[in-house]
Ligand binder design. Structure first.
Ligand code: RIB
Length: 315
């Protein structure tokens, strides 16, 4: 069975639940909890809990956060390859409001020390059909080399271009089979790579032909899946590579959910998508996206990030 290999961040999340997200100068009372997170680790947990054989490549400090990462990988059966860093393990400060919306500040810490040679060694053994999944909380130069190595080994490459403020080169996009931005990340990429200004909050309302055209200009050779939160997602393929689908572009509505916390919902989607692609390569893309949407909806019904990933094994 093909494997999922996630390259990315591990963070210790410090979370405050508040009635409303803080305004400048405000002091609020909230309920605090801490738990594992980081876009990379959240996606690895989602892939694993969706049933995929999963490897996670990251950098950790020498502290309690690193011990937590090792323990959780051992508990869930994730094949951990961690580079040692003198910096503290990554952290994130997260506010979650009464509607489950969040805002996040990241302290990269050890994640900034994930270097290309370590990743290239950790990717030995990646084979055709494996799925390589990365984000942008690790150095972009490292993520580029990871994607290029995956490509060279005929793996399917997925880039979740998050967070939105990290700029990437065209050469990175050239390594990507699937690009999975949310609307904020999509608007930022279109501004940088296509030269059109669009406001993030207008992406969901753009008509299908315009969205498809923007996706084709952004990633001519690959598929783009824009995640749109409660509005589901939009899928765009190149005319010549429909990945088993019957349409070059389409929308899929979100599944209803009793939302308590959307932290990591995008990570849930990406991890589940990677797991489905690895485990069911013969399926049409639309079925992988439907599964990812279902998995992400269920993840929002639990508090936290990595530990909110549900056990929904693909059958
Ligand atoms: O996507 C959610 C994640 O973003 C959190 O777990 C936090 O650690 C940040 O990386």
């Amino acid at each position: 069975m093909a494997r999922v290999c996630v390259i990315g961040s591990f963070n210790v999340d410090h979370v405050w639940r508040v009635a409303a997200l803080p305004q400048v100068g405000a002091t609020l009372a909230g309920h605090y909890h801490t738990g594992p997170g980081g876009k990379g680790f959240n996606q690895a947990m989602a892939a694993r809990r969706a049933g995929a054989d999963t490897r996670f490549v990251c950098a950790l400090g020498d502290d309690a956060g690193a011990q937590l990462a090792r323990q959780l990988c051992s508990d869930d059966g994730i094949d951990l390859h961690s580079a040692a860093s003198a910096a503290p393990t990554g952290t994130a400060g997260i506010y979650v409001d009464a509607e489950g919306r969040n805002c996040i500040v990241i302290g990269a810490g050890a994640n900034a020390d994930l270097q290309p040679p370590f990743v290239e060694t950790a990717l030995h053994g990646v084979q055709a059909g494996d799925v390589l999944l990365a984000q942008l909380e690790s150095p972009p130069s490292t993520i580029f080399r990871a994607l290029a190595a995956g490509r060279a080994q005929a793996a399917t490459t997925l880039l979740n271009p998050a967070p939105a403020n990290v700029a990437i080169d065209q050469s990175m996009l050239d390594q990507v089979d699937f690009l999975t931005p949310n609307e904020t990340e999509f608007a930022a990429l279109i501004g940088r790579h296509v030269g059109e200004r669009i406001a993030a909050d207008t992406v969901v309302g753009l008509d299908q032909p315009r969205l498809h055209r923007l996706c084709r200009e952004l990633l001519p050779h690959g598929s783009v899946i824009i995640t749109l939160g409660a509005s589901g997602c939009f899928v765009s393929h190149p005319e010549t590579h429909l990945r088993g689908d019957t349409h070059t572009c389409y929308r899929i509505p979100a599944e209803p959910a009793h939302v308590v916390d959307t932290t990591g919902a995008g990570d849930a989607f990406n991890g589940a998508l990677a797991a489905s692609l690895a485990q069911r390569p013969a399926l049409a893309c639309i079925e992988h996206v439907r599964f990812a949407g279902h998995y992400a909806a269920r993840s929002t019904e639990h508090t936290g990030a990595a530990l909110a990933m549900p056990h929904i094994a693909i059958v």
